[in-house]
Design a binder for this molecule. Structure first.
Ligand code: ZN
Ligand code: FE
Length: 264
């Protein structure tokens, strides 16, 4: 048995919800817990009670129900808990609305809030201690669909994320990785890093293990939505579109529409 001698915060733990959501559970050094995007409350309440733990905060990346459906039940059970979320009236129970550049201290880490619109127009991410909590913006091997944001916004948000250090650990909110990598292999059949990653992720999933987190270095090597500047990605996107594409945003949009219409 290893006894921790530091107050280093632990790595987030995936609490599965619905078909393919992950609610991230972050235990701070003080024994208080922060959760991210609780689409439902049941499994979290069981886990909190089993540990006699206190819920310090709920972090929310965007308003979709599979990320917010458990907020009110959790806040009722833990009235002292902060609900930290984007400024958006569609999110219930928010005690602390945050936006671009705000700082949040919870779970033993200092987080910076980034506005990352595109999947939705008010989507945010939390960046802290080498971790990125990015909801449905960047997925392992893919990215979110465009709902009430725009393609240009999502392309810009992903470009900004892509410039983070390669060691950044990416905690997204869904287990979509194998499906995403199938599309990645359509786009770049000749990319060996994608083939290798498919094998690795398939092995993890066969054992019932999450494929999340990934690292930004892995995403840059295998995720077509971060590879719009690669000649192979450009020519695949142009072949699908049937005409030349001018610039990274146009390539991004063609990839996103290609996956939406013809892949899944
Ligand atoms: Zn969503
Ligand atoms: Fe979602």
């Amino acid at each position: 048995m290893t006894i921790s001698t530091t107050n280093e915060p632990l790595e987030p733990v995936a609490v599965p919800a619905f078909e393919d959501n992950y609610i991230w559970w972050l235990a701070g050094g003080d024994g208080r817990v922060t959760v991210v995007d609780p689409g439902e409350a049941g499994a979290l309440l069981d886990r909190l009670r089993a540990r006699s733990a206190d819920l310090a905060a709920i972090l929310v990346t965007h308003h979709h129900g599979d990320h917010t459906g458990g907020i009110e039940e959790l806040a009722e059970a833990f009235p002292g808990c902060e609900v930290i979320a984007p400024r958006d009236p569609r999110i219930p129970g928010v005690t602390r609305p945050v936006g671009e550049g705000d700082r949040v201290d919870t779970a033993g880490r200092a987080w910076t809030v980034w506005a990352v619109p595109g999947h939705t127009r008010t989507h945010i991410a939390f960046l802290g201690g080498g971790l990125l909590l990015c909801g449905d913006t960047l997925f392992a091997g893919g990215c979110g669909r465009v709902f009430d944001g725009t393609f240009g916004q999502l392309a810009g948000s992903l470009r900004r994320i892509a410039a983070l250090p390669g060691t950044t650990r990416v905690y997204c909110a869904h287990e979509y990785t194998l499906d995403n990598l199938g599309f990645a292999a359509w786009v770049e059949p000749g990319n060996p890093a994608i083939a290798r990653r498919r094998t690795e992720v398939a092995a993890l999933r066969a054992r019932g293990l999450p494929s999340v987190p990934s690292t930004l270095a892995t995403e840059r090597a295998t995720n077509p939505f971060l590879r719009t500047g690669e000649p192979a990605v450009l020519s695949a996107a142009e072949a699908w579109a049937g005409h030349p594409l001018g610039g990274a945003d146009a390539v991004f949009r063609a990839l996103r529409e290609w996956k939406d219409r013809d892949y899944d």
